[in-house]
Design a protein around this ligand. Structure first.
Ligand SMILES: [Zn+2]
Length: 241
C-alpha cells in the first residue's frame, strides 16, 4: 500500500493520522467521481474521506467540507424517519459542482450504533423524543467525536474550510481542534410526516442555527432556518464564522 505523503496529525487516540492512497470511484447515474481515502491512526473505525475535484471549483475560496455521520437506514435504505439520506445527496451534489471533501464518519446513530438506534426508535414510537430515548437506554444523547474529523482534514492538509452544516456543535468542535471554519453554509432540512418529530427535537436543541422556539412546517424542505425563526429573519442569514 502506497501512502500519499501528508503532514501527520493527532487523532483522538493520540496516534499520528495518515491518509492512505486515494482510490477514484465513479458514483450514481451521472458518474460523479470522488477519491475515496482511508486513514491509518484513527480510532479503529473505518472513517473515509471522499474528495471531489468539482466541475466548477473556485481555488480562492476555503475548501467546502461536509461531516456526515453514518446512518445505514437513511443513507442506504432512504428511511423516512430522518433526513440523513437527503442531506448526504445534497452534499454530494454540491461537492460534485464546487469541489471539496465529504467526511463519512462511522458514527451510526449519533455514535451509539445501529442496534441501539433501533432500540431508541422503539422508544420513540412510544412517545419519547430522540434525545429522551437515548437517555432511557442509558446512552449519551450524542456520542459523536468530531476530533476525528479534524484529524482527517489535517492529514489531508486542509486547515481552512467552508463547513456545510446546520449543527453548531460541529463548528465549535472543529475550531477547538485547530480547523479554521471560515464560513458556514446551511443544509436543507427535509421534513416529512415520518421525521417531523425527530427534526423538531433537533431544532429545539438549537441544532439548526435558528432560535430554539421555531416550529418546522408539516412537510417540505427548509433551506434557511433563519426564514422560519420566531421573529422572522434573525439577521444571521449570511452566517460568517
Ligand atoms: Zn438518519
Amino acid at each position: 500500500m502506497t501512502h500519499i505523503p501528508t503532514r501527520p496529525a493527532l487523532a483522538a487516540v493520540g496516534q499520528p493520522c495518515v491518509a492512505r492512497a486515494p482510490v477514484l470511484i465513479p458514483m450514481g447515474p451521472d458518474g460523479v467521481e470522488a477519491e475515496f481515502i482511508g486513514f491509518d491512526g484513527l480510532d479503529g473505525q473505518e472513517h473515509v474521506a471522499l474528495r471531489f475535484s468539482g466541475r466548477h471549483p473556485d481555488a480562492t475560496r476555503p475548501t467546502l467540507v461536509r461531516l456526515h455521520s453514518e446512518c445505514l437506514t437513511g443513507d442506504v435504505f432512504a428511511s423516512a424517519r430522518c433526513d440523513c439520506g437527503h442531506q448526504l445527496h445534497e452534499a454530494i451534489g454540491l461537492l460534485a459542482e464546487e469541489g471539496g471533501i465529504l467526511l463519512y464518519l462511522r458514527q451510526e446513530g449519533r455514535g451509539i450504533g445501529l442496534y441501539a438506534k433501533l432500540d431508541a426508535y422503539l422508544l420513540q414510537d412510544r412517545g419519547l423524543d430522540t434525545y429522551a430515548a437515548n437517555r432511557r437506554l442509558n446512552l449519551p444523547e450524542d456520542a459523536r467525536d468530531y476530533g476525528i474529523a479534524a484529524a482527517m482534514l489535517q492529514a489531508l492538509d486542509v486547515s481552512r474550510i467552508r463547513l456545510l452544516t446546520n449543527n453548531p456543535d460541529k463548528v465549535a468542535a472543529l475550531r477547538a481542534a485547530g480547523i479554521d471554519v471560515a464560513e458556514v453554509r446551511r443544509t436543507g432540512v427535509y421534513v416529512t410526516d415520518a421525521n417531523r418529530a425527530y427534526l423538531q427535537a433537533k431544532a429545539d436543541r438549537g441544532h439548526m442555527f435558528g432560535p430554539g422556539t421555531f416550529r418546522l412546517p408539516v412537510r417540505g424542505v427548509v433551506r434557511d432556518t433563519a426564514e422560519i425563526g420566531a421573529g422572522g429573519k434573525n439577521g444571521d442569514k449570511e452566517a460568517d464564522y
